[in-house]
Design a protein. Structure first.
Length: 130
């Protein structure tokens, strides 16, 4: 079927009883979900036009500041998604388990914190090898 954006919008209103901005958001969500999952759509639905359905305003990106020669580079922090967390589960001889989970930016730790964290890791490794 070669559905148009208007037909999709009407069907969204009939099927889910949405109207106005909620209908527009539902249509945008549906189109984004199909794109994300790789579902093929009618070419009429892929249109970038801002007809009766409107659309999000264009967001202008800020240009990065030009660094002056000789100026030190600012340290860059890893995004939260890259720092993540890691864990290790150690099985105890008595049948229980101990889990150590570290959700920390290791580069931000001071010396005392590094010593403490790495000592815990070393102790767990030693226990596992016994």
């Amino acid at each position: 079927m070669e559905a148009t954006l208007g037909e999709l919008s009407e069907q969204m209103e009939k099927s889910y009883s949405v109207s106005g901005s909620s209908r527009r958001k539902a249509v945008r969500f549906f189109l984004a979900a199909t794109t994300y999952t790789g579902v093929l759509l009618s070419p009429h639905l892929k249109s970038k036009s801002r007809g009766s359905e409107g659309g999000a305003p264009t967001v202008r990106r800020r240009r990065s500041r030009t660094r002056v020669a000789g100026e030190p580079e600012a340290p860059q922090k890893a995004p939260a998604s890259q720092t993540g967390s890691t864990s290790r589960v150690v099985s105890l001889k008595s049948g229980g388990t101990v889990t150590l989970t570290a959700g920390v930016d290791f580069l931000a730790l001071d010396q005392a914190e590094r010593d403490f964290v790495f000592k815990l890791i070393d102790e767990l490794k030693q226990y596992e090898t016994k």
